[in-house]
Design a protein. Structure first.
Length: 757
């Protein structure tokens, strides 16, 4: 755009000249919050090349904490900038008669600013990914996938020479960070777009650490580096100095349109920002300046699919989601372990090659027959019922859909549900969900602890036990605590090392698996998985306490494992003793925000359609809450007995344990909230794609093609089999419907089962 347009963008955004370098932070919302002293850390050793047989170092974890603190400051700064993107704090004043409602309105207003900023950041990251990162090889073709040596594609002799002069801006760094923390998706995107040198190099901790000031927590890059970035990519270094409009090509005529990022209007608190029509809004709608056709998110997603289909038909490129087997391994042909893996991987590509001409006609934007991915799903569903097409796809007299093929097809469709970008997942949602973890780390604030390095040593050892639990129990959801998750995230930011560590430590009888860190898991399953992981950790450590926290939820979780038995023996007896001692430790608090208990940044909630159609699931959630409250009451009675026998600090448990969650610094009143639940600071209507919900019923948004497989694969939350981690295992082995597949939950072949009690 010309200079006058850029000047208008600065004025419209109400942006200070140097965002993130201001000495001011948003006001404190906690009465007991005190000003933190300047951070004093020794020089970190981040230069050593670790062998793949190890995980992470304590210095890497500390450096990661520093970066998370910078991200937290960025979110606070952006969300509290009154008037940014035309979103004003004064709008909340209309709810001043009700303090609770006004607090919620203020929180939603701040969240919306951050949502728009994040959408712009992802758009900038896409440009940087395409034109700023080096390409080490051409885009992967179908021939590459069919090669016996396909897995060698992970070997790259070149690395990215990171320096303080070529680091990206902070907002792009934040998106890259979130992208890496979805390991299978990040691997797919690196293979697909030929970015293997970036995958092998990993996050440049040493360079990033030098760019973060230990005293002020400011991220700074040289003026020369900023100028080089702007010259190479033709975008501003500062996110807020980019234009207030987004360039969008019309799916009908291809004409370039400039659409606003947001058209802010709060509306009601039951559906805040629900009907906004900007590109980063829930209800985006615009009219093409050329052909006068409607442009909206649905049509743009269909156009994205059509572009990928065209590349498959005419450039021999695989469809998205077709790059790894169900265990996350890029497995070629003629492997001894799994003869059907390649067949399943390439099924979506093969079936679309057969039916592609018809689908190209159906998705032609000039005809405008297909306006949403739901309509595309229905058309593909018709294709799958065509026995002639299936026979032609299989090259034999097979006219049914195999289970593995169905899962891979659903994985392919998940690249289009709730995903506008060119990547394997919606990166706006990934950043928002990671923001929950960033906020928790900021609250715990290990960086200012004098024992921060000792804490890092302990959590690394704990993470290694956790990882072994995942490897040995691929059909279960292993859920990390916040301290374990810090080490896990740090490990994933070295993608090549993480892949080798995951795939080379294979327990006897288990399949080689690339452990995923799926960031969408049903909150109810997350809580159940946390209880199971606590029990497995206690066994693995002969009585160790998994969650060293005395909040009501952790107390309730321990009760079901340790106290619901008459005669405790072995590890149970030792764990009971350790749990009782938690109440006497000065470093342990009953405040859920101060201890590293369950990490729930990936908690999502199935939509209302699913809960209505599956009433037993809804009832199970109610039973789960009642059971947790009952178990906590038992724990509280034990604590009261201890208090009467001694002067232990458990006397402070007299206060109400059920705390009020906060969103962007404001309290949010909820009928019931527990630490395992979806982040209440996320309002689904503030985003173009809902980051905190998933559809799991046939016919729901996020699902596809009758008989393809169970719903959670499309939602990105196929927990259990093949994924290993608890976060679930995207794309692998969920149960569900037809297509030759049976068995719900974590079904699917291979792997070890969980241990006994």
């Amino acid at each position: 755009m010309d200079m006058s347009t850029d000047e208008k963008s600065k004025e419209a955004l109400h942006q200070p000249e140097v965002i993130g370098k201001s000495s001011e932070r948003p006001p404190s919302y906690s009465a007991d919050q005190v000003e933190q002293p300047p951070l004093e850390l020794p020089q970190l050793d981040l230069s050593s090349c670790l062998p793949s047989s190890t995980t992470v170092t304590r210095d890497q974890c500390v450096s990661h904490l520093k970066l998370l603190a910078v991200f937290a400051d960025l979110r606070d700064t952006i969300s509290s900038e009154d008037g940014l993107f035309g979103i004003h704090d004064a709008v909340a004043e209309e709810f001043q008669r009700s303090p609770d409602r006004m607090n919620e309105a203020r929180a939603r207003i701040r969240e919306k600013r951050w949502a728009v900023y994040t959408a712009r950041a992802v758009d900038r990251y896409t440009k940087w990914w395409s034109d700023g990162l080096p390409r080490s090889r051409p885009m992967a073709t179908i021939n590459d996938l069919e090669s016996v040596h396909y897995e060698n594609i992970l070997v790259c002799d070149t690395i990215v020479a990171w320096d303080t002069d070529n680091l990206p801006p902070l907002d792009i760094l934040m998106v890259w960070h979130a992208h890496c923390l979805n390991p299978r998706n990040f691997l797919e995107d690196c293979i697909r777009y030929g970015k293997m040198s970036t995958w092998v190099t990993g996050f440049p901790w040493e360079v990033i650490d030098r760019s973060v000031n230990n005293h002020t927590m400011e991220y700074t890059v040289s003026e020369q580096g900023q100028q080089l970035f702007e010259q190479k990519l033709n975008i501003k270094w500062n996110n807020l100095h980019d234009p207030p409009t987004k360039q969008v090509n019309c799916p009908c005529c291809g004409r370039l349109n400039y659409v606003p990022w947001t058209k802010p209007f709060l509306g009601t608190l039951s559906e805040p920002f629900r009907f906004n029509q900007g590109y980063a809004d829930d209800a985006f709608t615009d009219i093409c300046v050329g052909c006068q056709h409607v442009i909206d998110h649905g049509r743009l997603k269909v156009a994205k699919f059509r572009k990928d289909l065209e590349a498959t038909l005419y450039e021999n490129l695989p469809m998205p989601g077709s790059f790894t087997n169900l265990q996350g391994i890029p497995e070629g042909s003629s492997t001894e372990t799994n003869h059907g893996a390649l067949r399943d991987m390439l099924f979506p590509t093969r079936v679309l090659q057969v039916a592609g001409r018809d689908l190209m006609d159906f998705t032609d934007g000039r005809v405008d027959r297909c306006q949403t991915i739901a309509q595309l799903r229905n058309q593909i569903d018709v294709t799958l019922w065509n026995k002639k097409i299936l026979k032609q796809t299989h090259g034999a007299y097979i006219d049914t859909l195999r289970r593995g093929e169905g899962i891979q097809l659903r994985r392919m469709m998940s690249r289009y549900w709730e995903n506008l970008g060119p990547f394997a997942l919606d990166l706006v949602g990934a950043v928002i969900r990671q923001g929950t973890f960033v906020d928790k780390m900021d609250q715990i604030d290990w960086l200012h602890s004098p024992t921060v390095f000792d804490t890092m040593d302990r959590l690394i050892k704990k993470y290694e036990v956790f990882f072994r639990i995942m490897l040995e129990n691929p059909h279960n959801i292993a859920v990390p605590t916040l301290d374990v998750d810090l080490a896990w995230h740090t490990h994933q930011l070295s993608p090549s090392r993480y892949y080798k560590y995951s795939t080379s430590n294979v327990p006897f009888g288990c399949k080689r698996t690339f452990i995923d860190h799926d960031d969408k898991v049903d909150e109810g399953k997350l809580s159940d998985g946390f209880a199971w992981t606590s029990k497995m950790y206690r066994r693995a450590t002969n009585g160790g306490i998994y969650s060293e926290c005395t909040c009501w939820y952790c107390e309730a979780t321990r009760t079901s494992d340790l106290y619901n038995r008459l005669i405790p023996v072995g590890s149970v007896s030792r764990a009971r003793t350790a749990a009782d001692r938690l109440h006497d430790r000065p470093d342990i608090s009953s405040d859920p925000s101060k201890n590293p208990h369950i990490s729930s940044h990936n908690a999502v909630r199935p939509n209302d359609t699913y809960q209505y159609q599956h009433r037993p699931i809804k009832d199970k959630r109610s039973i789960q809450r009642v059971r947790l409250k009952s178990d906590y009451e038992k724990a509280a009675r034990r604590a009261e007995k201890r208090r009467q026998r001694s002067d232990s600090k458990s006397s402070d448990n007299k206060s109400d344990p059920y705390y009020t969650p906060y969103a962007f610094g404001f309290p949010i009143v909820m009928p019931f909230y527990a630490p395992y639940m979806m982040d209440p600071s996320i309002n689904c209507h503030s985003y173009a794609n809902n980051p905190s919900c998933m559809g799991t019923s046939l016919g729901d948004v996020g699902n596809c093609c009758a008989g393809a497989c169970g719903g959670t694969v499309a939602a990105g939350a196929c927990a259990g089999a093949f994924g290993g981690g608890g976060c679930g295992g995207s794309g692998g082995g969920c149960g569900g419907g037809g297509g030759g597949g049976s068995g719900g939950g974590g079904g699917g072949g291979g792997g070890c089962g969980g241990g006994g009690s």
